[in-house]
Design a protein around this ligand. Structure first.
Ligand SMILES: C[S@@+](CC[C@H](N)C(=O)[O-])C[C@H]1O[C@@H](n2cnc3c(N)ncnc32)[C@H](O)[C@@H]1O
Length: 310
């Protein structure tokens, strides 16, 4: 399909402020990306149900404090997501998949105005509760919060990778778009940061494999390919700086970083996973080291906006 290539060009990502990323990506994969994922531990649940539980386990305990984590960066990013979609047409209908506490949906509702409609869908009841508790004020779009698993019920975006890529969600979302409608997706970059190693390598190694399979992301072009393969035209892509407060950690900080992540990611508590994780962490840590022997603790994103071809 002939589609217009967006700027920046594939393989030359820009950060939000136009600077190159603080550290270039380190191309030393710990695992063969072509290797099929290890089998999930047998729980008698369907994979979708198991994944929904894993997600809920991770977010239910965080819901009350989610908006304030690490200086409140989620809220800043949520507002920026909406700004990147500007102009949002007054009266627009907006679907926010994996809406969490509404940090994108609510600013979007302000932008769409009183004739607009916003529907936020999320699988974690506590996250939706926090969203609902915020209420709405005059001048905002009508907002509805829906409890649902977008990988099962809707085929949506979410922290997109698995859902969109493995299950044809991009085509489905494209099908939902109005003629002038747009779709925006964000994914983490392929940089081997602490976040990458924790969420995309360590979790998988201990059998917590449902979240964040981003091994298909090789650069800004991966998301663009996804859109184009789904029949969408890429409008714009950007590489966004880390909104998570960053640091560059030396070897001596390895266990401190481990404990902090563990305190945050409660999914490890079950089934002896902590012990397993402790054994694996030193080797996994090494795979992300930069030339200066430090590991980047941060998370840059690729964000792509697409639309239906005219
Ligand atoms: C990192 S939070 C993002 C929340 C919100 N989009 C934001 O930017 O603040 C991820 C959210 O995705 C939700 N989620 C993950 N997988 C989901 C799925 N399959 N269906 C619905 N929600 C999902 C989680 O419950 C969580 O609230």
């Amino acid at each position: 399909m002939a589609t217009k290539r967006s700027t920046p060009q594939r393989g030359k990502p820009l950060s939000a402020n136009g600077d190159p990323p603080a550290y270039p990506s380190n191309n030393r994969p710990a695992h063969n990306p072509n290797q099929p994922p290890s089998k999930p531990a047998s729980t008698g649940l369907s994979r979708a149900a198991q994944c929904a539980l894993e997600v809920q386990l991770m977010y239910s305990s965080r819901a009350a404090n989610y908006d304030f984590e690490k200086g409140g960066w989620h809220a800043t990013l949520g507002q920026d997501f909406v700004d990147w979609l500007t102009p949002i047409r007054p009266g627009a209908a907006i679907l926010d998949l994996a809406c969490g506490t509404g940090l994108v949906a609510l600013p979007a509702a302000r932008a769409a105005g009183p004739k607009g409609t916003v529907v936020g869908v999320d699988v974690t009841p506590e996250m939706l509760e926090s969203a609902r508790a915020k209420g709405t004020v005059g001048g905002m779009a009508r907002v509805e919060w829906v409890l649902g698993d977008v990988s099962v019920d809707l085929m949506g975006l979410e922290a997109v990778g698995r859902v969109v890529r493995e299950r044809g969600g991009a085509e489905e979302v494209g099908g939902l778009l109005e003629a002038r409608g747009r779709v925006m997706v964000d994914v983490p970059t392929e940089d081997r940061t602490v976040q990458f190693l924790w969420y995309h390598v360590l979790r998988r190694e201990v059998g917590l494999e449902c979240l964040f399979d981003s091994r298909w992301i090789k650069g800004i072009g991966s998301l663009e390919d996804l859109f184009e393969n789904a029949g969408l035209e890429v409008v714009r892509s950007r590489r966004v700086k880390s909104y998570v407060p960053e640091s560059w950690n030396a070897k001596e900080e390895m266990w401190d970083v481990f404990e902090k992540n563990l305190a945050f990611d409660t999914s490890f508590a079950k089934g002896g996973k902590v012990q397993m994780a402790r054994k694996l962490w030193p080797e996994i840590w090494k795979t992300g080291l930069r030339e200066d022997g430090r590991l980047w603790n941060g998370q840059a994103l690729y964000v792509t906006i697409g639309k239906k071809p005219q």
